[in-house]
Design a binder for this molecule. Structure first.
Ligand code: KG4
Ligand code: ZN
Length: 369
């Protein structure tokens, strides 16, 4: 596609985990980016009884909902497929069943409407959202992605140009919140419930470990923390509400201190690598970014080190179609869309930084290798 066009409209489709989402995003040289519709159907209720995302249930739910969600996105944007310039779709990483549903649907639409198909890496969607919202205008910037499936620090150097500085070597942070909640009998998704309980608890009651503290790579590990929580809980069982609150508060404190240590390392490295850069930015993405204790720690850390803390609105931090449509627009404008993607296969694993060494266990939930 011609990268020099002065306006674009892209349909974005996202089905890599437990949100069925579609959006219409436009961009013009004159007016910049505009989210014209952003429809997200969460499957939380479908998975709640199981305490986590069940891949087979997720894939079936995407099949049932996706057509209607795409139709709603077009209607809300008051547009038709004819007026769309391209179809962007998450092609990985994620749960393979959901990816197949999204990619096949996008291929069918692209073929029928004779539009280019743009396979998008889900993580690139998260990484570029800050440019959709105007929170980051220049490259490079730092991204902290903390969701149910990912925990990464990524240097964003440009479109399709990422360096992964750190990742989890076992559980993702959201997963650690969810597992802790399940262990304590709190409902799914665990994050908000652990945060709520923590507000009434004593964070000093349990000294939970701070994994990888002192390591010079900003990697993460949360499975030891989860084990420590399990041991503490079984040592004092049966648990009263006060015990649960104390465990949640102590767990959250351990998480905050761990993140603080890892992110501080990353900010310092960024400063060393880009000493002359004005307006250095840390962008946060992923559902865990909703956590107020984590947010205020990050805000303070950035303030102390002269970084701007950019947190896009929460509905754009979590999985959505607008970030996929926007990544499509970015790729067109960067001259990266050739129009011959119809044979692209979905990828359960698809690192953003292909040069980064794989980390054992650092995958999406539901597909531990
Ligand atoms: O980005 P997201 O909506 O979905 C994917 O993982 O793809 O993130 C969901 C995760 C869940 O693990 C959930 O427990 C966590 O984000 N989460 C939170 C909070 N709200 C959501 N974790 C901690 N504190 C919260 N307030
Ligand atoms: Zn995501």
């Amino acid at each position: 596609m011609d990268p020099s066009v002065d306006h674009l409209t892209v349909l974005g489709i996202e089905t890599s985990c437990d949100e069925t989402a579609a959006a219409i995003v436009s961009w013009s040289a004159e007016r910049g980016a505009e989210i014209r519709s952003d429809v997200v159907l969460s499957q939380i209720a479908d998975h709640a009884a199981f305490g986590g995302v069940v891949p087979e249930i997720a894939a079936r739910a995407h099949v049932e909902a996706l057509d209607g969600i795409i139709a709603a996105a077009l209607t809300q944007a008051q547009t038709a497929l004819d007026d769309v310039d391209a179809v962007a779709v998450t092609a990985g990483p994620g749960l393979i069943g959901g990816l197949i549903v999204g990619l096949m649907t996008a291929k069918a639409i692209a073929a029928a409407a004779r539009k280019p198909l743009i396979p998008v890496n889900h993580l690139e969607g998260h990484a570029l959202t800050a440019r959709l919202t105007g929170d980051a205008r220049q490259f490079p910037y730092l991204l902290l992605l903390v969701s149910g499936g990912h925990t990464q620090v990524v240097l964003v150097r440009g479109v399709s140009d990422y360096v992964r500085w750190g990742t989890t070597i076992d559980d993702a942070l959201g997963e650690a919140f969810d597992k802790t909640a399940k262990l304590l009998g709190l409902p799914y998704p665990g994050g908000p419930n652990v945060e709520r309980a923590a507000a009434f608890g004593d964070a000093g009651r349990f000294a939970f470990p701070r994994p990888l503290k002192g390591e010079t790579r900003p990697d993460f590990s949360f499975s030891g923390l989860k084990t420590a929580v399990r041991q503490a809980a079984s040592a004092i069982a049966p648990l009263g509400d006060g015990d649960i609150a104390d465990i949640c508060a102590s767990f959250q404190r351990a998480v905050v201190l761990t993140l603080q240590d890892r992110v501080a390392l990353s900010l310092d490295r960024f400063r060393r690598e880009f000493p002359g850069l004005g307006d250095p930015v840390l962008v946060v993405a992923g559902g865990v970014a909703a956590n107020a204790a984590i947010r205020s720690m990050l805000e303070q850390l950035c303030a102390d080190r002269g970084f701007r803390f950019a947190a896009p609105p929460l509905n754009l931090c979590t999985d959505n179609g607008a970030m996929i449509a926007w990544a499509g627009i970015e790729r067109i404008r960067a001259g990266m869309v050739s129009g011959d993607s119809m044979h692209f296969e979905p990828r359960a694993r698809w690192p953003l930084d292909t040069a980064a060494a794989p980390r054992i266990g650092a995958g999406r939930r539901g597909m531990k290798a």
